[in-house]
Each structure stands twice: as C-alpha cells, then as structure tokens.
Design a protein around this ligand. Structure first.
Ligand code: R5P
Length: 327
C-alpha cells in the first residue's frame, strides 16, 4: 500500500508500521484516489495533514475492489473530483463506509467538482431530480462537504441540496482574479450567459476590469445560441469566464460571436474543465488562443491550483460550530 505524509513523503513508498502509527498520531488523514492524487496531495500539504491513497482495482466484470489503510484516525478527508460520476459515486460510498469500519468518526468530503447539481427539478414529467437524490445519498455517508462553484440555480444553499453541516460552496473567483492579473493587463471579461455574471462580476470588481454578459439560448445538448450585448470588442483581449465547460458549445458559440468583432485575442477561463469529446479542438478552431482551468477537475488545461482555498475551509468542517452560514 502506498502511504505518505503530505508534508515530507508525498508519493514515496515508506515503512507501513511507521506510517500507520504516524497517521494515528496525527489524528487526521487526507485520502485521495488515483485519478485525483496530485490535487489531493497538494491539499494535504496545504492543510499540513498526512496523505494516503485509496487503492482501487477494477475487476474485468466492472466491479471495484477498494482498499484503505488498515487503521484510520478519527478525522478523515476524502478528496476527489466527481466528474464522470456514476462509478466515482459508488467508489466514494465504498470508501466512506469502509473508513467508518476502520475507525473514522468524522468524514469531510472535498469534492471540488460536485456532480448532478444541474438537474435541480423535473424539467419533464417523470424525470429524476438528480440533485436532491445524489445530495441525499452523499449526506448518508459524509459529515461535511466542501466544493467549489457548485452549479446552484433554483436551489440557492448548498445545504439544501446536500444536507450536511457544514456544506461549503467556495468560489474560485479570487484565485482566478490573481491569475488573470498575471496574464493580461486590461482584459475585457465576457460572461457567456446570465448565470455566469456572479463570477465575472466578482473578478471584474476585484481587478477593476470592464465586463459584459451575453444572452444564451439552449435548444439541446449541442445547440446553443449566444447573443452579445453592444460593446467595443475590437482590439480587446477578451477572457470568457464561466463556471463549467461541459460540451463547450456555450463557449464556442460565444467565441464565434466575438470573433466577428475582430478582438486582439479570445481566451477561456473556467472553474470546471469537463470539456467532453472534441470540445477543446472546437474552441481552438473557433479562435480561442488560451484555455485555462482550475484543478477542480484534472485536465490538460489546469493552470490554477485550489489547494490553499480548500485547505482554508477544512478547519470549519472540523469545528462546524464556528461556521456562521453555509452557502
Ligand atoms: C450553464 O448555465 C453553465 O454555467 C455553463 O454555461 C454550461 O453548463 C456549459 O455547458 P456546455 O459547455 O455544454 O455548453
């Protein structure tokens, strides 16, 4: 089993007995998964906590064997992005249930990308309201939750979707603002739809930048129309900012609309880089020069790390009474 402390031994095989006693003494442990190891190790380092992998084996028939360190401290942080969620959710349940059996008394889930938050009502008769169902499932296994820029539309409090205390919905805008400041002097921020205004406006305020918000109509998974407001886009360095790029059609439609005004450049900055299928290639073809994302979901475009933002929220989960309100 590969186990390492976050501070000094991340990623190096070490003596198991020594490690186990160190973990128990530390009283807390970050457990990451193979697909999210680097970001989880960064979180462990930023929080000054030890780190261990959950070992995952996929059997040929599609079932999963999951293994944790044999003895666990009381306070466990499970850290994994929940993109491609159907198998990851089950593995999370296996990990949480096993952690309890091995001694964990408090489990915080750090899921920088939280799945199934967009289906927050039955849009057609008979549809599952996935947000509520998945939120309830998670609440049966975890004590506290930290996520980032969760897509809350009709449900405004994360705790209403995932009933645990605290349920903390952080925003990546401060990290994005600092990043943009290092890339471009006076970019023009554009939000591709009304929902993006909360993030675009926060960054614009922070850096005193111009911004505008487009109007989006969605006709299907791949059919999106974006109408830009009147503005002087010519020769400006444009940064399109959104919470999530899923199929990329929203950003592609916005890019094509902007390109007609002959801007100096068009870049894309998102919290959650799903970029399904050929989304990146389509964005490049449409005229995007830079695609940047946070490491909320591991992706080639990751340029911003959220470890310190997430670590700052971990203390509140250990002492929920110190949290005044959750978002
Ligand atoms: C929707 O309101 C979100 O903020 C994103 O704009 C949307 O989910 C992006 O989806 P896609 O990349 O599939 O167009």
């Amino acid at each position: 089993m590969r186990v390492a402390t976050g501070q000094r031994l991340a990623g190096q095989p070490v003596n198991k007995d020594v490690v186990l006693s160190a973990l128990l003494n530390a009283g807390s442990l970050v457990i990451g998964f193979p697909d999210y190891r680097k970001a989880a190790q960064r979180l462990a380092r930023a929080a000054g906590m030890p780190y261990a992998d959950a070992l995952i084996h996929h059997f040929p028939d599609g079932e999963t064997r999951l293994r944790l360190p044999e003895l666990l401290p009381e306070y466990i942080v499970l850290c994994r992005a929940l993109d491609h969620p159907n198998s990851k959710l089950l593995e999370l349940v296996l990990a949480a249930a096993t952690a309890r059996e091995l001694g964990a008394r408090h489990i915080t889930l750090v899921a920088p990308y939280l799945c199934y938050m967009r289906q927050d009502k039955a849009f057609h008769p008979g549809e599952a309201v996935s947000q509520r169902i998945v939120g309830t499932l998670l609440s049966q296994w975890i004590d506290a939750l930290i996520t980032v820029d969760s897509h809350l539309h009709r449900v405004h409090q994360l705790q209403d979707a995932v009933p645990v205390n605290p349920a903390i919905n952080l925003s990546a805008t401060a990290v994005m603002s600092a990043f943009i400041g290092k890339q471009l002097d006076t970019p023009f921020l554009v939000g591709p739809d009304e929902e993006s205004e909360q993030w675009v406006a926060a960054i614009a305020r922070d850096r005193d930048l111009d911004y505008c918000i487009a109007h989006k109509q969605r006709f299907g998974d791949k059919q999106v129309r974006v109408s830009l407001p009147k503005a002087d886009y010519r020769n400006r360095h444009i940064v399109l900012v959104d919470d999530v790029a899923s199929t990329g059609h929203t950003l592609e439609a916005a890019t094509l609309a902007l390109a007609a005004f002959d801007p100096a450049s068009i870049s894309v900055l998102v919290t959650h880089a799903l970029f399904a299928g050929d989304a990146q290639a389509r964005l490049r073809r449409a005229g995007v020069s830079h695609i940047w994302s946070t490491d909320a979901i591991p992706h080639a475009s990751n340029a911003l790390h959220l470890d310190h933002l997430l670590a700052g929220a971990l203390d509140k989960c250990r002492n929920p009474r110190t949290v005044q309100g959750t978002t």
